[in-house]
Design a protein around this ligand. Structure first.
Ligand SMILES: *[C@@H]1O[C@H](CO)[C@@H](O)[C@H](O)[C@H]1NC(C)=O
Ligand SMILES: [Zn+2]
Length: 287
């Protein structure tokens, strides 16, 4: 039933993209395309440290962040990517629940629908189809989340669940800013066990400046958040008690920034909340 995990499904591109887990409707494992190297993380963290804006307060609510949804479809059936408005509305609700503890809110301000089988099939990190899609469709400024739903059928994006840019990528390439996800990962979609909407929660996590909880493995500064225990590698399913590093704490398998099943994910930590608020205050003018 399981496909191999596409940890190599990212390519070097100018922006650092975070690779979430890869999956498709045949039942693969979560694969995210936003996978920065330790060197890329070090470069981003140095820039962040030198330019950091401190948010108003830890308790202050942030948002709503305007969200533009761009539905790319191959035909007007569900399998062709033509997702109903109800799934998009439900996706925003899932995100608002997930980010309620931060607290950060999201608000849908527009939906576009584009018939383009080439984009539906072949958009992926670094592809010409991605550039054409984002150039044609991206709306708003640094503070606006643009979400593109595609099929990830082949090429650099084959098998991905999604990928995203980081806040610090924005200045160098505003048009590239945003998040691309598998259409069937929306709530009620067909990509079980990744069909409760937590793929966009995870990808939006990169978009607000969070790394994977397993970034850097057991050593070093990991995901640059102190209250997410270090984790040697991505966790799949919902492996209660998994403990892959000798440092304190079991693996954060319930964290939205791991690779576990949607039903297993339910947490951002206080440290992640502090970090993401500072990231979006610094790079997106959101505070
Ligand atoms: C719609 O597109 C999907 C994905 O390419 C394909 O599997 C399906 O057969 C198409 N359906 C029709 C009616 O063309
Ligand atoms: Zn990811």
């Amino acid at each position: 039933m399981f496909r191999s995990i596409f940890f190599t499904a990212f390519v070097a591109i100018s922006a650092v993209v975070a690779s979430p887990a890869v999956v498709d409707s045949t039942g693969g494992q979560r694969t995210c395309g936003t996978v920065p190297t330790d060197a890329e993380v070090a470069r981003m963290e140095a820039h962040f440290a030198a330019n950091k804006v401190t948010p108003k307060s830890d308790a202050a609510a942030v948002g709503p962040v305007p969200v533009y949804f761009h539905v790319i479809y191959a035909n007007t059936t569900l399998s062709g990517g033509y997702v109903p408005d109800s799934q998009i509305t439900n996706q925003i609700s899932v995100m608002n629940t997930a980010y309620a503890s931060v607290p950060l809110s999201w608000s849908l301000v527009g939906t576009t629908r584009t018939l383009n089988a080439d984009w539906f099939n072949n958009v992926g990190p670094g592809t010409s189809q991605q550039t054409a899609m984002k150039t044609a469709l991206r709306q708003g400024g640094a503070n606006a989340l643009n979400v593109y739903t595609v099929g990830f059928k082949s090429g650099a994006g084959a098998g991905l669940l999604g990928y995203s840019t980081f806040p610090s990528d924005y200045a160098g390439n505003p048009t590239d800013d945003g998040t691309v996800i598998l259409y069937s990962s929306l709530p009620g979609g067909t990509s079980s066990p990744y069909n409760l909407g937590q793929t966009l929660t995870h990808e939006a996590g990169h978009w607000v400046g969070l790394y994977h909880t397993f970034q850097g493995g057991c050593s070093g500064s990991g995901d640059s958040v102190s209250d997410t225990p270090a984790e040697a590698s991505a966790a799949f399913g919902c492996p209660t008690g998994r403990d892959t590093c000798s440092t304190a704490g079991v693996d954060p398998i319930h964290n939205f920034m791991d690779y576990t099943d949607d039903s297993c994910m339910n947490q951002f930590t206080a440290g992640q909340a502090t970090r993401l608020k500072s990231q979006i205050a610094t790079y997106r003018g959101i505070s």
